[in-house]
Write a protein that binds this ligand. Structure first.
Ligand SMILES: [Zn+2]
Length: 79
């Protein structure tokens, strides 16, 4: 499915560059942003989940990281 592939691409783009500007694969109108949520708030290097959300529709992708990428938590001031 094309849409599914675009979401997986988005996950990879964010893993490489947290400031990636990506059009929402679902609605094609909004842009995507990330929120990182650690399993253990005091131990964020133990991994967690990255929520990738759309600014326009309710699309949401959740990626689980046991070994977080380098930019893990680099953008959590956005909340
Ligand atoms: Zn959307």
């Amino acid at each position: 499915m094309e849409e599914r592939k675009l979401w997986l691409d988005a996950v990879e783009f964010f893993r490489n560059d947290i400031d990636s500007k990506i059009n929402c694969p679902t609605c094609k109108t909004g842009t995507l942003f990330t929120i990182d949520v650690a399993f253990e708030i005091e131990n964020s290097d133990k991994g967690g989940e990255r929520y990738i959300k759309c600014t326009h529709c309710n699309a949401l992708e959740i990626v689980l990281y046991r070994k977080p990428p380098n930019n893990w938590f680099s953008k959590n001031d956005v909340e």
